[in-house]
Design a protein around this ligand. Structure first.
Ligand code: NI
Length: 177
């Protein structure tokens, strides 16, 4: 078990297209996922993508269970999602605030599709197929963007709604990322 350093925006490794996982249920994959979980929990994040710890594979994890940083957010089941494919449904987007462990101390207003179907595999190679909406859909879009070298500031359409968390939300304990 090890919490790993999270790469920060500006590091070119965050801009790569990650590669598909070809072998499941391997010691290497389980070790990667344990490091990702330890890192995400140590930083109180809701999600993490493998490229954020410098591993260029299409692997993301996420979970939301009463996270103090997102008190309004609905719970999202603890998920390992590998080689994800996203299908946007109905085409409607909504804006909300996002942060990222690779962009510490900042928040930005990001439009995301509200309704989403995602497919992929867990660490054992078992198929995942879910249709979700709202915060769950937002988290999946954010994490899967990391696999294509996209950080949320690249998705902001109104740069006036991008800033330091403590300035945007004074007096609120919304965390560091
Ligand atoms: Ni992120």
């Amino acid at each position: 078990m090890a919490s790993r350093e999270v790469l920060r925006m500006g590091d070119s490794r965050l801009l790569r297209i990650a590669e598909e996982v070809t072998e499941f249920n391997t010691p290497e994959l389980h070790a990667l996922l344990q490091d990702m979980r330890d890192t995400m929990h140590a930083m109180n994040g809701v999600g993490l993508a493998a490229p954020q710890i410098g591993v260029n594979l299409r692997v993301v994890i996420f979970e939301v269970s009463a996270n103090p940083r997102y008190p309004e957010a609905e719970a999202v089941p603890q998920t390992v999602l590998i080689n994800p494919k996203l299908t946007f449904l109905k085409g409607r987007k909504e804006e909300d605030w996002e942060g990222c462990l690779s962009v510490p101390g900042m928040r930005g207003m990001v439009p995301r599709y509200v309704n989403l179907r995602y497919t992929g595999f867990n660490e054992l190679g078992e198929k995942i197929d879910r249709t979700v909406s709202n915060f769950h859909a937002r988290v999946v879009q954010h994490e899967c963007d990391h696999l294509d070298g996209i950080l949320y500031p690249m998705r902001i359409t109104n740069m006036r709604k991008f800033g330091y968390t403590d300035i945007l939300f004074p007096g609120q304990d919304v965390g560091d990322d």
